[in-house]
Design a protein around this ligand. Sequence first.
Ligand code: SF4
Ligand code: SF4
Length: 112
Amino acid sequence: MKKIIACCGINCSECPAYLATQKDDKEEIKKIAKNWSNESMSFKPEEMYCDGCNVEGRHFSWCEKCDIRICCREKQFENCAYCKDYICDILKNSLEKDPSAKKNLEEIRKNL
Ligand code: SF4
Ligand code: SF4
């Protein structure tokens, strides 16, 4: 399976929403919607289907609206590793919360 690295560096290929979508596992999708909901935001199962951040197709509603994704797609980059403004302020906040995403982007940048 091709590894899909999101604009922000998350490995979409290992994301539960992506995996459940590819298997069309409706029960798992329902569970993920419940698990990812909290007091401040609530997701319906139909919002969870996702084919990966930078891939044409379905996107989890939260990732669809992500500022990093919107910026990166407007600039037509596969992900933020290709951007001259790497690491910008919005990306910085996100990478601080997810060191594995930073590692993925750094790996791509090593080979540019
Ligand atoms: S874009 Fe989709 S597959 Fe990637 S992290 Fe977000 S929900 Fe998961
Ligand atoms: S400015 Fe560059 S690094 Fe920042 S979100 Fe946009 S594409 Fe990514």
